[in-house]
Design a protein around this ligand. Structure first.
Ligand SMILES: O=C(O)c1cc(C(=O)O)c2c(n1)C(=O)C(=O)c1cc(C(=O)O)[nH]c1-2
Length: 251
């Protein structure tokens, strides 16, 4: 029987190559591109209200990301690291003339028929969505900095799901066009910049095996945050179709 190792204190550190491979392997095993809800979404198998439920709930994630980045920065004493990290907040919230990712997300929810103040109130979101995204914010507040950075590394796997989503949704849904998919198009260039920086930071700064394993576990945790949101959507809006009290109900 394989023994499950839980104490890494005396173990030798992984080489840089093996450490990176361990991080990437988490994506192969459990990134949310494998979730049934995404297969339905990208394959054109959902009805418009089901796509709407996804966009409404996913707004909560979009809105939590710049808050977790601000929470992260509040703990950083290294000015260079803050100078690098701050663009993540600008990418989502916008800066000056640049409207930002949250605005682009609201273009999507506009197209799906939601009033903006309903979306931004988060009133219609599923309970599990709200718990999952806040767990991510808390994680980044509480964990060592290098582990907090590692939790963003699911972004290594995001460009391929974004490409799949752009093609799949444009092809399959008549309520989707280039303007509506602008959020994902922009992320294709933003995400690799973020994940390249975060990966180099983690590989450089997690030195002991214990720190390395905590970083790999952070990527697993983050996959759970993403997966839980899709489980909740599937349960409420696909099958068995049990919508919790207070959550948005298609007419
Ligand atoms: O559509 C997706 O599958 C997806 C996944 C992720 C991710 O893996 O966390 C992010 C995004 N999109 C995204 O658009 C985004 O801005 C983003 C920021 C972060 C982060 O952890 O800081 N993840 C993600």
């Amino acid at each position: 029987m394989n023994q499950i190792v839980t104490d890494w204190r005396d173990a030798a550190p992984l080489s840089r190559v093996d450490f990176e491979a361990a991080i990437r392997n988490v994506g192969v095993e459990r990134y949310h591109d494998k979730h049934e809800f995404h297969k339905l979404l990208h394959g054109g198998k959902l009805k418009k209200p089901q796509v709407a439920a996804w966009a409404l709930n996913r707004y909560c994630y979009q809105e939590a990301v710049p808050r977790k980045d601000a929470a992260f920065m509040s703990r950083v004493h290294d000015r260079e690291l803050r100078r690098e990290w701050i663009h993540r907040i600008h990418d989502h919230d916008g800066l000056g003339e640049e409207a930002g990712g949250i605005e682009r997300w609201l273009v999507l929810t506009d197209a799906l028929g939601f009033p903006r103040d309903y979306v931004t109130s988060r009133r219609g979101a599923l309970p599990a969505t709200k718990f999952a995204v806040e767990a991510y914010v808390r994680f980044v507040v509480e964990q060592p900095l290098v582990v907090a950075v590692a939790s963003s590394l699911t972004e290594l796997f995001a460009p391929s799901i974004h490409r799949e989503r752009i093609v799949g949704m444009l092809e399959n849904y008549d309520f989707v066009d280039d303007h509506v998919m602008a959020y994902f198009k922009r992320r294709l260039s933003q995400a690799p910049r973020d994940s390249d920086f975060a990966l180099a930071y983690v590989l450089d700064n997690a030195r002991t095996r214990e720190e390395q394993e905590a970083c790999v576990a952070a990527v697993r945790f983050k996959c759970d945050v993403l997966w839980a949101q899709l489980d909740a959507l599937h349960h409420a809006y696909v099958t068995p179709g049990l919508i919790p009290p207070g959550a948005w109900r298609p007419e």
